[in-house]
Write a protein that binds this ligand. Structure first.
Ligand SMILES: Nc1ncnc2c1ncn2[C@@H]1O[C@H](COP(=O)(O)OP(=O)(O)OP(=O)(O)O)[C@@H](O)[C@H]1O
Ligand SMILES: [Mg+2]
Length: 271
């Protein structure tokens, strides 16, 4: 088995009747999500797109157990998100890499797994396989950078480190909220190709939030378009582009057609 081969198979995500009202019962209550039903197959790559404020981050936070829903529930495999999070089986990535500046890149990559191991102790800690940090650094294209500090890395390289850190947990799901939004266009496009390569090798169920329709279509099996106030699912697009996806994919008529279709949907929800 390859050193970076995941031990834990990807899990299915079931979102049933999820609603979120911030400040429930108060004068400033905001219903961010209402009646969200979504089934994500194990190993699938699904993107959430939609106008700002439509609840993409809120939905991702509910799946990650960073926020309790006001109604409905989420199941990941057979478990509740809270159980999986405690067991360190949920990988997350945000716009900012949030690396610890005083630790080396390698120590940053190992950090979350270390925490779960120490905190979880007992069954959770012992059940974990030690991540092969050099192999993970190779996987994300950071060979030879393990001894550097985060400030010695470019923004794109820091996000690669954050990806390696999430993968070091050997998560059953990987939840990504605009992970490339702070990068320049060229780096961002390169990161999309890199993520595709990694995902093809290291299969996880991925929920990916982005404002880039092209990025969503290129990466995903399905693109979920949401509408705002309250956030609902407007339409789901099946992206039947062949895999593996390459630069040719991004230049193909089928790809451009699909981006146009999702763009048309986005105009509908913006009206
Ligand atoms: N902690 C919070 N307290 C109160 N309201 C919130 C909170 N977080 C988000 N909201 C509100 O919930 C709605 C959905 O926000 P959310 O951040 O999920 O949207 P989003 O789709 O991720 O937007 P963006 O594309 O700008 O990141 C918005 O109206 C927002 O103002
Ligand atoms: Mg957001």
């Amino acid at each position: 088995m390859d050193a970076t081969t995941p031990v834990h198979p990807p899990a299915r995500i079931a979102v049933a009747g999820v609603g979120v009202t911030y400040g429930l019962g108060g004068p400033d209550a905001v219903t961010a999500l209402a009646g969200i039903d979504l089934d994500i197959a194990d190993g699938a790559f699904v993107s959430l797109v939609g106008p700002s404020g439509c609840g993409k981050s809120t939905l991702l936070r509910v799946i990650a157990d960073l926020l309790a829903p006001s109604t409905g529930r989420v199941t990941i495999g057979d478990a509740a998100p809270a159980d999986l999070r405690r067991a360190g089986r949920i990988g997350v990535m945000f716009q900012q890499p949030a690396l610890m500046p005083w630790l080396t890149v390698a120590d940053n990559v190992a950090l979350l797994d270390d925490l779960v191991r120490t905190k979880g102790g007992g069954a959770t800690g012992r059940a974990r396989t030690t991540p092969d940090v050099p192999a993970l650094l190779d996987l994300v294209g950071l060979t030879g950078f393990g001894g550097k500090r985060p400030h010695q890395l470019s923004g794109g390289m820091q996000q690669r480190a954050a990806l390696a850190r999430a993968l070091a947990l050997d998560p059953t799901v990987l939840l990504m909220d605009e992970p490339f939004a702070a990068l320049d266009e060229i780096t961002r496009e390169r990161m999309a190709f890199e993520l595709m390569r990694v995902w093809q090798q290291y299969r996880k169920t991925v929920v990916f939030v982005t404002h880039s329709l092209g990025e969503a279509v290129f990466l995903s099996d399905r693109v979920v378009l949401m509408s705002a106030r309250p956030g609902r699912i407007h339409r789901v697009y099946d992206i039947d582009l062949p895999r593996p996806r390459t630069r040719e994919t991004r230049l193909s008529d089928a790809y451009l057609h699909l981006v146009g279709e999702v763009g048309r949907g986005l105009y509908e929800v913006m009206e």
